[in-house]
Structures are given as structure tokens and as C-alpha cells.
Design a protein around this ligand. Structure first.
Ligand SMILES: NC(=O)c1ccc[n+]([C@@H]2O[C@H](COP(=O)([O-])OP(=O)(O)OC[C@H]3O[C@@H](n4cnc5c(N)ncnc54)[C@H](OP(=O)(O)O)[C@@H]3O)[C@@H](O)[C@H]2O)c1
Length: 312
């Protein structure tokens, strides 16, 4: 049987790990998965999960791939035995959380490099061959942070918004090549993402003024609540990848949860942004006055019972 060759970035933990093992252990036996990791020393949990799920031999291989390094990406591509990748999953990313002024230049550049430039490097390595073969799927771990702004996630959201633009643009151009792009838009998911935040939680908080630090503390309470109440397991998200993968004509966007769609609609329904900003502010900082800008001039923000998404 000619198996579907899948290559996934960022498989040391979380969504990438789960997706790799899910596909490699699929009862159809129809996937050959290349699970790639920035650092192969971190592959223990992946193999443990593969054993637990009973992945057949030869359904799963690991490769070193650091999206910051185009030579590493090219080397990984060269090691794919089948000489082709049918499904590319752009999953690797890093988070950055805290007041803007608390981020070091290195942390900011690192997150831009991994999340945006790293994704472009990966595409540049794998898309040309898909185009030559006139066939392929690109799946992307998207985020509600790419569809709406979230306080204290400014740079992270900037990177995820960038990916929306990148993939939406490609999706328009690629159909004549038989290539489909799908973003799997995730709300909060229980993974190691928060433990691996670039620069740690909050960054250099002493660089921020007292009021900003106070707002950040309140945001963290909100964030913890949202994660406790709304976060999904990676297994749930993985099934959404499978839905996209099985679709004969895949959509550009799939949502792992409908919970946050009202906020997205609010953004679209009032293009001025006033309604969204006021609603998001009121929900994250319920006792805080929104200030003159949010209150004056713009359309009245509807009451929303929907809390904003957690930040990934
Ligand atoms: N968790 C959430 O709430 C959530 C919500 C929406 C979207 N997402 C998205 O889901 C995706 C996966 O994140 P996750 O939640 O599963 O968190 P995770 O467990 O931290 O996974 C992130 C993966 O990216 C890898 N990575 C980081 N830098 C890399 C690099 N330079 N080259 C290659 N791989 C690199 C990490 O590897 P190392 O271990 O080596 O650093 C890790 O394997 C990300 O795109 C994230 O933005 C997550």
C-alpha cells in the first residue's frame, strides 16, 4: 500500500506529539509519520506514547528539524525515505506572555523567528516539491490568538496573525497545484506550551509600571480560569486534524471548539473594532474602567457572556 507520508514539526510534546502518534497508530495503517524535533534528545516521551498506542514498526520515525535553521530543515527533507511528503504539518511554535516592555529583544526575536520565519522556511523547503507533484496538504496549528488580539499576548498574537495572512494567501494561490491548506484553530489546550514560554512567565516584569503589572496579575487570574474551565486535551484537537485530513475538499479553517466563535463574529460584525475591544477589556478586567477611548464615539458594545479565549 502506498502510505500517506506526513511530516510534523515540533513533536517533542503537546499537539505535535499527539498527532504524530495518533496518525502512526491509525488502524488503517495508511500513514507513515516523520515526527520532527528541534532536539532529538527530547524524543523519549514521543516513543513512550508510541509504545502505549501500539504504533506498528516503521509507521513512525523521528528526524531532527529546527525551524530556525534552513539547513536543518533541508537535511530533514533529504532524510524522508519515500522522497516525498504528502502532508506537511506546521506545528512548531513558542509562546511569549507578559507586558510588551518586559520582553527582551532576544525573546521577541526568537518568537518571531520560530513562529513566523520558521514556518516560512519549512514551507519553502517542502512546497516546491508538492507543486511539482501537483498534490499535497498543508495543515497548520492555528490559534485563536491569530484571529483576535489578547492582552499580554501582543507579540505571540502578532506571530499567529502573521500565519493567518501567510496561509490564507497561499490557500488562494495553491488550488491549481492540487494543494490544500487548512488551519486548525485551537482554543486553550493542555500542553507544555505554558512551561516553555520564551523568557519565562511575564518576562522582566520590573521593566513595567505598577499599573501594567497589576493588570498583568489580573490577566493571569483570568487566564488560569479559562484554562481550568475551557482547555481541551490534545487528543481532541488531533481529531480535528484528522477531519481536515480526510476531507476531499478541505476548508481553510477548522475550529477545535466553537466556544469562542461569538467573539470572532463580534470582530467581524463591527469592523471598527470598538465592540471587540470593549468586550474583551470588560471580560478580562471586569472592574477596570475601559478609559475614554473605549467608551466614546464607537458603537455600543453588546453585552457578551462569552469569555475571551485563553492566550495560545
Ligand atoms: N497549548 C495551547 O493552548 C495552544 C492553543 C492554540 C494553539 N497552540 C499552538 O499549538 C502548537 C503546538 O503547541 P503545543 O501547545 O503543543 O505546545 P508544546 O508542547 O510546547 O509544543 C510546541 C512544540 O514546538 C517545538 N519547537 C519550539 N521551537 C522550535 C524550533 N525552533 N524548531 C522546531 N520545533 C520547535 C517545541 O519543541 P521543544 O520542546 O524542543 O521546545 C515543541 O515540540 C503551537 O503552534 C501553538 O502555537 C497551542
Amino acid at each position: 500500500m502506498n502510505r500517506t507520508v506526513v511530516l510534523i514539526t515540533g513533536c517533542s510534546s503537546g499537539i505535535g506529539l499527539n498527532l504524530a502518534v495518533r496518525l502512526a497508530s491509525d488502524p488503517s495503517g495508511s500513514f507513515k509519520v516523520y515526527a520532527t524535533l528541534r532536539d532529538l534528545k527530547a524524543q523519549g516521551p514521543l516513543w513512550e506514547a508510541a509504545r502505549a498506542r501500539g504504533c506498528p514498526p516503521d509507521s513512525l520515525e523521528t528526524l531532527q528539524l529546527d525551524v530556525r535553521d534552513s539547513e536543518s530543515v533541508a537535511a530533514a527533507r533529504a532524510r524522508v525515505r519515500e522522497g516525498r511528503v504528502d502532508v506537511l504539518v506546521c506545528n512548531a511554535a513558542r509562546g511569549l506572555l507578559g507586558p510588551l516592555e518586559a520582553h527582551s529583544e532576544d525573546a521577541m526575536m526568537s518568537v518571531l523567528d520560530v513562529n513566523v520565519a520558521g514556518t516560512v522556511r519549512t514551507l519553502q523547503a517542502f512546497l516546491p516539491d508538492m507543486k511539482r507533484r501537483r498534490s499535497g496538504r498543508v495543515l497548520v496549528t492555528g490559534s485563536l490568538g491569530g484571529l483576535m488580539g489578547m492582552p499580554f499576548n501582543d507579540v505571540y498574537c502578532a506571530t499567529k496573525f502573521a500565519l493567518e495572512g501567510l496561509f490564507e494567501s497561499l490557500a488562494v494561490m495553491l488550488p491549481p497545484f492540487g494543494i490544500h491548506v487548512s488551519l486548525i484553530e485551537c482554543g486553550p489546550v493542555h500542553t507544555a506550551f505554558q512551561e516553555k514560554l520564551e523568557g519565562g512567565l511575564g518576562g522582566a516584569l520590573d521593566r513595567a509600571d505598577v499599573q501594567t503589572r497589576c493588570l498583568f496579575s489580573r490577566y493571569l487570574v483570568h487566564w488560569e480560569n479559562i484554562f481550568r474551565e475551557e482547555a481541551q486535551d490534545p487528543e481532541e484537537v488531533t481529531e480535528v486534524f484528522l477531519t481536515a485530513l480526510r476531507a476531499p475538499q478541505p476548508a481553510l479553517r477548522y475550529f477545535s471548539t466553537n466556544r469562542f466563535l461569538p467573539l470572532m463574529r463580534l470582530r467581524l460584525d463591527d469592523p471598527s473594532g470598538c465592540s471587540f475591544v470593549a468586550t474583551m477589556h470588560r471580560t478580562v478586567f471586569p472592574d477596570e474602567p475601559a478609559g475614554a477611548e473605549a467608551g466614546a464615539g464607537g458603537p455600543e458594545a453588546p453585552e457578551s457572556s462569552t469569555p475571551p479565549a485563553a492566550p495560545q
